[in-house]
Design a protein around this ligand. Structure first.
Ligand code: BES
Ligand code: MN
Ligand code: MN
Length: 487
């Protein structure tokens, strides 16, 4: 069964890529309200394909995201409004045969997202972001690897198995493909919370992370969480002439610059009191594993980051800084005049977008509360602040104490001919926390991106060899999971 499916995937690989290109042509940018119809079109595209390959109960499910505030540092978030969300796609196939001894068949929950990040700055793309182009064995487009291409590997692995085993699968499969991952939407979390029984699975498979290095099969066993915020600063009643009022009137842009400058010191340490109180150190075993990974800090600085120096906390390796330490970044500061030439104005209002990455055992609610009270405590005179959470996700570490880890490493050994490395990732995938917490489902983060795939940046790409190796790995994983049979 396995070899026939792998053979099918190899023979049809060219078609799989062409289909992926059609999906990549749909600009499903979830953060941009102007693209709401495109986001829906992408959901319909994915649903139609799941139906065509023989999955059942395929539905495009409407979602709404509760707009919440953190009422207190420890209590649950409070609902303030409901915002219509982007739809998610659900499908299942639940006819796998039980084992000879009567044990029920294994159920696998497959997760991916079809929404993408905005493509800007457009002028830096060599080929336009929504006109996929193959160059040097890579497929370039926004969403190529994050996550349309990787999600498509799941769909194509399912197709290959269904097509070569008389419309059957070796496992029961439930598929959730969401359209709000890149905006931290909670529609999918609500769906998971509302359907715990229907989503029950022995293992969840997520392909939305990276390989540590080319040709090195990788399982990601931890992700940072995050709290994304907005600080709005107001000064004067209205914009003012900076000659007439300059020297006497408060300037919200200067205030934001002063606040932002006090969030983190020169050595990369976040200045918010008690922010690090709950940071759990990685185990000695984990640190030893990381030290043995093929990592060249100089290559990372020059080729990946492309800067004259790396920054961050002294005493921690680059991998610790990006995987196991919290961080704080400013994504944008807006306000005042940035047009051509000059305008002498003191703006009345300015906004900064600031996020913090969290690590176990920090919580978004408590971290936000600490941040908010610190920001308010350093607010310059004459400025009023509104410090708002935009979205959040819990940090996670996934247990490797389940039989499916071995199924995954043998599947990838068969494809890559190498042993799998275990890493963490610095990014966030909010729903993984819900799979673990709400469903109690062990989750495997088996991703096939590369460190130079330009996620969230111009010229995002997917190395096509990894697209095909990913499909084959997933086919072998599903067959192996079927043999492991609900243990
Ligand atoms: N696929 C990424 C997350 C990722 C990338 C994890 C590489 C590990 C390695 C995901 O699509 C993403 O970008 N998530 C956002 C989450 C946020 C908007 C809630 C992130 O990390 O910024
Ligand atoms: Mn992603
Ligand atoms: Mn992303």
């Amino acid at each position: 069964m396995c070899e026939a499916a792998v053979d099918f995937a190899r023979k049809n690989g060219g078609r799989f890529v062409e289909e992926l290109k059609a999906l990549l042509r749909i600009p499903s940018v979830s953060t941009d309200p102007e693209h709401a119809a495109d986001v829906r079109r992408a959901a319909e595209f994915v649903a139609a394909e799941l139906r065509r390959i023989g999955m059942e109960n395929v539905r495009v499910v409407e979602t709404s995201t509760p707009e919440t505030i953190f009422a207190s540092s420890s209590g649950p978030a409070q609902l303030v409004a409901e915002r219509t969300g982007h739809p998610l796609v659900y499908a299942d196939f639940l006819h796998a045969a039980p084992a000879a001894d009567g044990r029920p068949a294994t159920t696998v929950l497959l997760y991916g997202h079809y929404d993408v990040q905005p493509p800007e700055p457009l002028e830096e793309w060599i080929s336009p972001p929504f006109e996929p182009e193959e160059r040097d064995g890579n497929l370039y487009a926004r969403g190529a690897v994050d996550d349309k291409g990787q999600m498509w590997m799941h769909v194509k692995a399912l197709e290959s198995l269904l097509a070569t085993d008389g419309g059957r699968l070796p496992v029961n499969a439930r598929v959730i493909i969401e359209g709000e991952e890149e905006v931290g939407g909670e529609g999918v979390a609500a769906f998971v919370r509302e359907h715990p029984e229907e989503l029950r699975a022995d293992v969840a498979l997520v392909s939305d992370t990276e390989m540590f290095a080319p040709d090195l099969p990788t399982l990601c066993v931890g992700l940072r969480g995050m709290i994304y915020t907005e600080i709005e600063a107001r000064g004067a009643r209205t914009d003012l002439h900076s000659g007439i009022y300059g020297g006497a009137a408060p300037n919200p842009l200067v205030a934001l610059a002063q606040i932002v400058a006090k969030l983190k010191d020169e050595s990369g340490h976040i200045s918010i009191p008690h922010f690090y109180d709950r940071v759990a150190a990685p185990s000695d075993g984990e640190l030893a594993t990381w030290a043995a990974l093929p990592f060249d800090a100089e290559h990372y600085r020059k080729k990946e980051v492309g800067s004259t120096a790396l920054t961050g906390e002294a005493g921690f390796s680059i991998l610790e800084r990006t995987w196991a330490r919290p961080t704080l970044d400013v994504h944008g500061i807006a306000g005042g005049f940035t047009g051509a030439g000059a305008k002498t104005v003191i703006p009345a209002r300015a906004v900064a977008k600031v996020s913090m990455r969290l690590v176990p055992d920090m919580t978004p609610a408590e971290s936000f509360a600490l941040y908010k009270s610190y920001v308010e405590s350093i607010c310059p005179a004459g400025i009023t602040l509104d410090v708002r959470p935009i979205h959040s996700g819990d940090p996670i570490v996934v247990s490797t104490e389940n039989p499916y880890v071995r199924v995954a490493t043998s599947a990838m050994r068969a494809v890559f001919g190498r042993e799998t490395v275990f890493v963490r990732g610095g990014g966030s995938i909010p729903i993984v926390g819900d799979f673990i917490r709400e469903l109690g489902t062990p989750t495997l983060l088996m991703g096939f991106g590369l460190p130079d795939d330009n996620l969230h940046a111009p010229n995002e790409k997917f190395h096509l060899a990894n697209f095909h190796r990913g499909i084959e790995s997933i086919i072998r994983f599903l067959v192996g999971a079927g043999e492991a049979q609900g243990q």
